[in-house]
Design a protein around this ligand. Sequence first.
Ligand code: MSP
Length: 505
Amino acid sequence: MSDAYYVTTPIYYVNADLHIGGAYTTLAADVLARYNRLKGKETMFLTGSDEHGQKIEQAAREQGISPKELADRIVAGFKEVWEFLEITNDDFIRTTDPRHEATVQAFFKLLIDKGDIYKGVYSGLYCVPCERYLKQSDLVEGNCPVCRRQPSTLDEENYFFRMSAYQDAIRRHYEENPDFVEPQSRRNEVLSRIRMGLEDVSVSRSTFTWGVPMPGDSKHIVWVWFDALINYISALGWPEDREKFDTFWPQAVHLVGKDIIWFHCVIWPCMLLAAGLTPPKKIFAHGWWTIDGKKISKSAGTVVYPRDVVEKYGLDQFRYFMLREIPFGADGDFSFKALTGRINSDLADDLGNLLSRTLAMVSKYFNNSVPEPADEAGAELREMASGLLAAIDAELEHLAFSRALDRIWELIRRCNKFIEDEKPWLLKKKGDTAKLGGVLYVLLESLRIVSWAIEPVMPASALEIRRQLGIPDEKGVLSELMTWGHLKPGTSINRGDSLFPKVEQ
Ligand code: MSP
C-alpha cells in the first residue's frame, strides 16, 4: 500500500458564489484528506477555480468588469467559504495562475507533436452555461440535457483532439480496472457509451479571447474544459516537478458531480493516455442535492448558502448532516426539517447524551477520575470499538461516508443500551465498585475511540470530547489511537457544556 494520497474536487466556475451543492464535493474531499492524514499518509488535497471560457467572459461583460476582476472577487469568496468550513486543502489552483497556463500549453504542445491535434471546423451546437458541445440527439425538448437552457450554434475553425484513436485503450482501462469509476452504475453507463464509439472533440475556440493561448496559433484559445481538466496535474508541477508528480499522481482520486462525468471519465483519461500518462486511480461521481425537493437555483429562490446553515446550526452539525443524510453517489434532498431532526436525534440524543451521562456518573461515583478497567465488563463493546477502524476503512474504500458514520453510530447506540442494561446506579447501590468502574471505563474508552472515528467529519466536537475526557493533547495515527485501552485510569475528566444542544424543529 502506498503512503501517499491525492484527492481533488472539481474546480468551481467563478460566475457565482458557492451554495451547499458546490460545497458538498469539497466537504467530502476534506473528510478524505483528514482521514488519510490521520492514517499517516502523505496527503495532497486540491481544490480551485475554473476561470476561463465564454460563460465567464459573458458574465464579466454583463457586470461591466474584466473577467479577471470577476474571478478575483469570486475566488476571494470561495476562499472565505473554505476557511469557515475548515477545509484543509493543501493547494488552491486557479486556471489563471501562470503555473497552470504553462502546464496547459506544454500539454497541448505534446499532443500537437504526437499528431493528436488537427485543424478542422466545428459547425454545431454549444451550451455556454455548461461549456459543452452538443449533438442534436442530446437535446431534451430542444434544450441542453443538463442545464435545460437553449444551446447556441457555432460555426468556427477549431482544433480537434483525436479522441477516437483512444477508444480501445480507454475501454481496456475500464475493463482492467473495475473500480476506476464509482458508483458501478455510473461506470456501466460510461462504459456502454464508450463501447458505442468515441468521436474526436473540438479543443480550441476562436471567436473570443478569454482563455489560454494555443501554442503555435495565437488566434485560438484552449477550450475551457481541456484547460480546466489539466489543473489536476498542473498543481503537481507537471511536467517539471517529477518528484511531486510521481508521488501523488498514481494515487489520484477525483470527486465530481454526476453532471460532469463525461469530461472526467472519458475525455480526461483519453487526454492522459494521449500524453503517455496513466489515468487517475479513481473517479467518484456523487449525486445532486435539491432543496425541499426543488433544483437549487438562485433565480428561483431555492438556494441555501453554507454560511447561513453554519451560523444558525453549527459547523460540525452541517458537516455531519451533509455526509450522513444521503449515500455518496445518490441524489438527495436538503431540508431544515431533516437537518434539525438529525441534530436532535443522532447528535444530541445519541452522542451528546452518551458523553454527558457517562461523565456525570464518573463525576458522581469516582470523583471525576477515570476508574480502573475490569476484565468482565463490556466484552462485546470492547470488541466492537476495537473493530471500528477496520469497519470504517472498508466503507471509505468505496467513499461510503454515510455507512461509515452508521458504523460509528452503531457503537454509540450500543453504548447507550449498555448503560440501560448494566444500570450503573444499581451497581453503586450494591456496592460493586470494581464492576461499576469497569462499566464506566468501557464507556469512556469507547467515547475516546468514537472521538477519533468522527475526527475527520467533526474535528471540533471530537476534540471537545477528548477535552472533556481529560486527554486534549492525544495525538498519533489512527491505527494506534483507535486501539483499545489508551485511556489511563486516574485521568481527571473535565465535564463541560452539552456537546450538541437541541435545536427547534
Ligand atoms: N468548472 C466545472 C468543473 C471543472 S473540473 C475540471 C464545473 N464547475 S461548477 O462550479 O459548475 O460545479 C462544480 C461542482 O459542483 C460539480 O461537481 C457539480 O456537480 C457540483 N454541484 C453543483 N450543483 C450541485 C448540486 N445541486 N448538488 C451537488 N453537487 C452540485 O462544473
